[in-house]
Design a protein around this ligand. Structure first.
Ligand SMILES: O=C(O)c1ccccc1NCC(=O)[C@H](O)[C@H](O)COP(=O)(O)O
Length: 219
């Protein structure tokens, strides 16, 4: 079975090209000003054109308003919207209706109790992304290189496709897939030299390691 591999927080033509050439299925673009990976609309337009038809373009936002989402959709022309804030189920429904795009809801996970909102989101979202819950004083809700206890997802019975993220890297991605049986993986910090600076070698190593897990995924 094939595993969806998402490289998130791409911000230069060069590293986007490396991710595309190495076979990333999804490429993520961050629109959140406090993030070191935040993209201007101008850069988003350029990278959006570069990725078009080569991978699924993911626009990541955090509690963005309609106007902000509209601008992002116009310039990037994403294939899917990743909602990484405290968006409610009703807000997801509105966004889907307004933009006619699928949505991937990020759910912060620390303990099994964090899965309580899952049925509500699963009824509306097209995909779920399980990410490590950020500490209260964090400046952003994701992209922190923090791992959560994957065993929380061990017995999950979710009909919707889901990805796992949070502190993944080339060395631990196989174990994350083995434990969670996720259909996809998402990485940002684990393929960076410093926050926001992607490393071509690390991107290739991550995608290779993720692909090597595919034979583990016999369901
Ligand atoms: O990457 C960011 O800077 C970011 C900012 C605000 C919200 C979410 C953000 N990233 C979310 C992602 O999709 C990351 O890939 C995911 O959190 C995993 O990140 P990492 O632990 O750094 O691999």
């Amino acid at each position: 079975m094939s595993l969806l591999v998402k490289i998130c927080g791409l911000s230069t033509r060069e590293t986007l090209d490396v991710a595309l050439q190495a076979g990333a299925d999804m490429v993520g673009f961050v629109f959140f000003p406090p993030s070191p990976r935040h993209l201007s609309l101008e850069t988003a337009r350029e990278l959006g054109r570069q990725a078009r038809g080569r991978a699924t373009k993911v626009a990541l936002t955090v509690d963005a308003d309609d106007a902000t989402l509209g601008n992002i959709v116009e310039v990037l022309q994403p294939d899917i919207l990743q909602l990484h804030g405290k968006e409610t189920v009703a807000r997801l429904r509105d966004i889907k209706r307004m933009f006619g795009l699928p949505v991937m809801k990020a759910l912060p996970v620390e303990t099994a109790a964090d899965l309580a909102p899952l049925p509500g989101y699963a009824a509306v979202a097209d995909r779920i992304l399980f990410d490590a819950r950020a500490p209260k004083d964090a400046t952003r809700p994701g992209g922190l290189g923090a791992v959560f206890d994957w065993h929380v997802l061990e017995n999950l019975d979710l009909k919707l496709p889901f990805l796992v993220s949070g502190g993944l890297n080339a060395d631990n991605v196989a174990e994350a897939v083995r434990v969670t049986r996720a259909g996809g993986v998402d990485v940002s910090s684990g393929v960076e030299r410093t926050p926001g600076v992607k490393d071509p070698e690390m991107i290739c190593a991550f995608i290779r390691a993720a692909r090597a897990t595919e034979e583990l995924m016999v369901r």
